[in-house]
Design a protein around this ligand. Structure first.
Ligand code: NOJ
Length: 471
């Protein structure tokens, strides 16, 4: 399978490259920048949603599943992008958002029975929305209450209705016919809810991944993670054939196995949220590695950027970790040049506070960073100090480290075993290699062997450094 050890590059289309000067990235812009992806050596890219959307959740509230938002271009532009990507050996993943539509999707009025409604005049249970507040809202037009796991503008589809299943299968087929190679599937663990809409019980222990507000006080056993989700995913799999399906399963690895009966990969979210400390990283890696088919990920458009979360001093070691773990790895645009969180917009576009993670790519040192000739929807953060052009060809740059690691990772060999190491060091063996990552500000001893790659110069395993050794 091509994806088994693939590196997938996440493109946030609004912020990658603008081609028409309106300050918003678009598909033609992405086409112009494919060189960057082939230079890095990645195998595929994932486009966050490109469909028409009223932008309550920036594309994750979809009002037409089988069209391209005019801000991004046309279906023809998408076809062209897919063709150009394939010519270069790059595969294309789209974002499939099956659990909810935009409230402005025509389905909401034409097929109200495709959605989940309260049987009473008010919320029928205690379920909470992921971004805060209750999960039920009153539809002003009909006076009935509908379920929304995310924003009120995102009503949840009822996957117990066979018409919903058939409609979404048709969406999958539509894009596959256009040549895409797979999907990142959004919010998989909340796809199916309890048929009886039972109350979620109070949480008895802290959920291992971050939850917002009151949602953290409940154990999501009825509003999410239903065993029947496997049937829904089987229907998606049936339509997808052997296209890649990567699930956003927002659960610890120990609870994700059933999703892998239908999906190829699930994101290893415990790694994304792990503090940059050896013990926590080892635990996150161990659990996910045991699960097998995981997509390693250290940041995306929803959570703090990698450079901000681990600190700029650790971005080189983080790159080594991400790209040497066994299996597929996802890189969020900008992480390869060390882009930190930005200031966001005032007033914010995203009510959940995610603007800072979505600033434009910085291609060159010009004020707009080469992203647009117009007024960017979010300003570039620091293009003069940090950009692709300056890092390209500079052997000491983070970009070149990513490139080297991507070229090197296939040769690391099979097998995986976490090995004992000094305090503050994460170490593991792969094939005939040892990887050691020093999470501390103190020097540590280097593992034995012949040096293959070092993130820092110096004796042993310098502070914040990583090494790859051949045993
Ligand atoms: C996960 C997506 O990554 C996020 O951006 C979105 O807000 C929610 N799912 C709801 O679709």
């Amino acid at each position: 399978m091509w994806w088994q050890d693939a590196v997938v590059y996440q493109i946030y289309p609004r912020s990658f490259q603008d081609s028409d000067g309106d300050g918003v990235g678009d598909l033609r812009g992405i086409g112009r920048r494919l060189d960057h992806l082939t230079y890095l050596g990645v195998d595929a890219f994932w486009l966050s949603p490109i469909y028409p959307s009223p932008l309550a959740d920036f594309g994750y509230d979809i009002s037409n599943y089988t069209a391209v938002d005019p801000a991004f271009g046309t279906l023809g532009d998408l076809d062209e992008l897919v063709a150009h990507a394939h010519e270069r050996g790059l595969r294309v993943l789209l974002d499939l958002v099956p659990s909810h539509t935009s409230i402005e999707h025509p389905w909401f009025r034409e097929h109200p029975d495709w959605y989940i409604w309260s049987p009473v005049d008010g919320p029928p249970n205690n379920w909470k929305a992921a971004f805060g507040g209750g999960a039920w809202s009153r539809d002003e037009q009909t006076g009935r209450w509908y379920l929304h796991t995310f924003y009120p503008e995102q009503p949840d589809l009822d996957w117990r209705n066979p018409e919903v299943v058939a409609a979404m299968q048709e969406v999958v087929r539509f894009w596959l016919r256009r040549g895409v190679d797979g999907f990142r599937v959004d919010a998989v663990n909340v796809l199916v809810k309890d048929a009886e809409l039972r109350d979620d019980p109070p949480a008895t222990e802290t959920f291992p991944l971050p939850l917002v507000g009151e949602s953290a006080e409940l154990e999501h056993v009825y509003s999410a993670d239903r065993p029947e989700v496997v049937d829904a995913l089987a229907a998606i799999r049936e339509a997808a054939g052997d296209a890649l399906l990567v699930g956003e399963v927002y659960l610890p690895a120990t609870r994700s196995a059933r999703y892998l009966t239908q999906l190829d990969l699930v994101f290893a979210f415990e790694l994304l949220f792990s503090p940059w400390e050896a013990e926590a990283l080892r635990a996150a890696i161990g659990a996910a590695a045991e699960l097998g088919r995981v997509a390693w990920v250290l940041s995306n458009h929803d959570f703090e950027r990698l450079a901000t979360r681990v600190g700029p001093e650790n971005v080189r070691a983080a790159a080594v970790l991400l790209l040497t773990l066994p299996g597929a790895a996802f890189v969020y645009q900008g992480d390869e040049i060390g882009l930190p969180n930005g200031p966001g917009a005032d007033p914010p576009y995203d009510r959940a506070g995610r603007d800072p993670l979505r600033h434009p790519m910085q291609w060159d040192a010009s004020p707009a960073g080469g992203f647009t000739t117009g007024d960017p929807w979010l300003p570039p953060i620091d293009p003069a100090e940090r950009n692709v052009e300056a890092q390209r060809g500079d052997p000491g740059s983070l970009l070149e480290l990513y490139r080297t690691l991507i070229a090197l990772r296939r040769g690391l060999g099979d097998g995986f075993r976490l090995v004992d190491a000094e305090p503050g060091v994460v170490a593991f063996e792969r094939g005939g290699h040892t990887v050691a990552v020093n999470t501390t500000a103190e020097p540590r001893l280097a593992p034995a062997g012949e040096l293959v790659l070092a993130t820092h110069e110096g004796e042993g395993l310098p502070p914040h450094a990583a090494l790859i050794m051949r045993n």
